[in-house]
Ligand binder design. Structure first.
Ligand code: 6GU
Length: 247
């Protein structure tokens, strides 16, 4: 059985969207993973196919009903695959590469895409949904976030990424206890363009010097742009030092 994603959404036409293209699209056509988008409205219980209602306590917008979303979840879980149930919301825990690796190691995911003001908290709790956000900004709905999460997962599936194991070297993959660094900058031909030269060292053929330069550039970028990642790195080194002196 291939890795299986189900999106529960009021806008199933948004899928596969960008995931029908490029590496993910080819992998989808080849059956390396599977995607289905299910219309939440199909699980409405009344003849008007109502999916939402006004927020208890007042306020703007509409809230997705717990009974309707619960029925959609039950249908998605009925195949017995024991997939992670993820609710995409700006209130969620931030998506990172560690969570992506965890999700891709399992049988697949069921992604609940919210609209309006959100989803009744009781169904989130009753179903044990993992609440996940893709960043500190607000989208009009969970669907683009679901596409982002799936893109990050699918590219890690065996056979999806072509040839080179760029997975080991790239930003955020420092794995095995190493702290993540941003990637070094890349250059290609022409060696001079609009008066800008490719850094000498990259043309030197000196592999050790290239590796050293790349590491320095990766560290500089991380320090300057992502002080949060850089200090985690310091923390890890402190941790190692503390363990060494304690042991
Ligand atoms: Cl998962 N959903 C919405 N609506 N906005 C977001 C988000 C998710 N992550 C960041 N912003």
């Amino acid at each position: 059985m291939s890795w299986h994603a189900t999106a529960l959404t009021l806008f199933p036409e948004m899928f596969p969207g960008s995931l029908g293209q490029s590496l993910a699209g080819r992998a989808l056509r080849e059956g390396l993973w599977r995607l289905d988008a299910r219309q939440i409205r199909d699980f409405a219980l009344d003849k008007h196919r109502t999916v939402d209602d006004t927020p208890c306590g007042g306020g703007a917008g509409m809230v997705l009903r717990p009974d309707v979303v619960d029925a959609a979840c039950a249908a998605a879980l009925a195949d017995g695959e024991d997939r992670a149930l993820v609710y995409l919301t700006p209130r969620g825990k931030l998506l990172d590469q560690a969570l992506v690796r965890e999700l891709v190691a399992g049988p697949g995911v069921i992604l609940v895409c919210g609209r309006y003001e959100g989803l009744d908290q009781r169904v989130i709790e009753a179903r044990g949904m993992r609440e996940v956000s893709i960043g500190d900004y607000v989208l009009s709905g969970g669907e683009p976030a679901a596409l982002v999460l799936l893109d990050a997962c699918v590219r890690l599936l065996p056979g999806v990424m072509g040839g080179v194991d760029s997975a080991a070297e790239e930003s955020f993959s420092a794995g095995a206890g190493g702290a993540p660094l941003l990637e070094y900058p890349q250059y290609t031909r022409p060696v001079e363009w609009q008066g800008r030269a490719v850094p000498e060292v990259l043309l030197s053929g000196h592999h050790a010097a290239v590796a050293r330069w790349r590491r320095e550039m990766a560290e500089r970028a991380t320090r300057e742009r992502r002080p949060d990642l850089w200090s985690r790195r310091d923390d890890m080194r402190d941790g190692v030092a503390a363990k060494a002196s304690a042991g």
